[in-house]
Design a protein. Structure first.
Length: 195
C-alpha cells in the first residue's frame, strides 16, 4: 500500500489534469474562452480560475485515492503536514506542466493522445507502478525528469522511512522549481483565440 496508493494517486492526478488540456482546446474552438475574455474580469483572473479548477481536480483525485488507502490500512507516515505539502506541490507542478504543454496544442484529439502518452510514459518511468529503485541506474536518472519520481521519493521517505518535512525538502524544492519554470513558459503562451 505504501507504494501503490501514492503511485496510483500520482498517476491518476497526472491523467486527470493532463486530460484537461483537451477541454481548454474545445473551449477555444467553441469560443467559450473568447466570450469569457470580454467579461469585466482581467485575463489574469480568468487564467487563474482555469488553473485553480485543474489544481482542485487533482487534489480531489488524491483525496479519493488516499481515502481508499486509509480504508485499506495504509500507513501515511508521521508528518501529515509534510504529506499535505507534497500533495499540493506535486499537483501544482502537474497543473503547470499541463498548461505549458497544452498551450501549444491545436486540437482535442492531439491533446488527448498526448495526455495518455505522457501519463503512460511518465508514470512507470517515475516509479508510480513499481519502486524506482528496482529500475537500472540509468532509468532512475532519466525517470527524474518526471514530477512523479520526485513525488514518489517524498512519499517513500514519508511512508517507509518515517521522514518529516525537513527530510523531504529536496523533492519539494524540485517540484516547486518545476512548477515555476512551467508557469513561466505557460502563462505568456496561453491563447484565448483559435489559430
Amino acid at each position: 500500500l505504501g507504494q501503490s496508493v501514492p503511485g496510483m494517486g500520482t498517476m491518476f492526478v497526472l491523467m486527470t489534469i493532463f486530460g484537461g488540456m483537451a477541454a481548454l482546446i474545445v473551449e477555444r474552438q467553441q469560443w467559450t474562452l473568447q466570450r469569457l475574455a470580454v467579461m469585466p474580469v482581467s485575463r489574469g483572473t480568468l487564467l487563474a480560475g482555469k488553473i485553480l479548477a485543474r489544481f482542485c481536480l487533482g487534489l480531489l483525485q488524491f483525496l479519493v485515492v488516499f481515502i481508499v488507502g486509509a480504508l485499506l490500512g495504509m500507513n501515511f507516515g508521521k508528518d501529515p503536514l509534510a504529506l499535505l505539502l507534497l500533495v499540493i506541490v506535486y499537483t501544482l507542478s502537474v497543473t503547470a506542466l499541463s498548461f505549458a504543454i497544452g498551450s501549444g496544442l491545436k486540437n482535442p484529439a492531439q491533446a488527448s493522445g498526448l495526455a495518455l502518452l505522457l501519463t503512460l510514459t511518465l508514470a512507470p518511468l517515475g516509479g508510480a507502478w513499481w519502486p524506482i529503485s528496482l529500475s537500472p541506474r540509468f532509468l532512475q536518472i532519466i525517470g527524474h525528469v518526471s514530477p512523479i519520481a520526485w513525488a514518489m521519493d517524498g512519499f517513500t521517505a514519508l511512508t517507509y522511512e518515517g521522514a518529516h518535512l525537513a527530510d523531504i525538502w529536496v523533492p519539494l524544492a524540485v517540484l516547486l522549481g518545476m512548477t515555476i519554470v512551467a508557469f513561466l513558459i505557460a502563462i505568456p503562451r496561453f491563447r484565448y483565440q483559435v489559430d
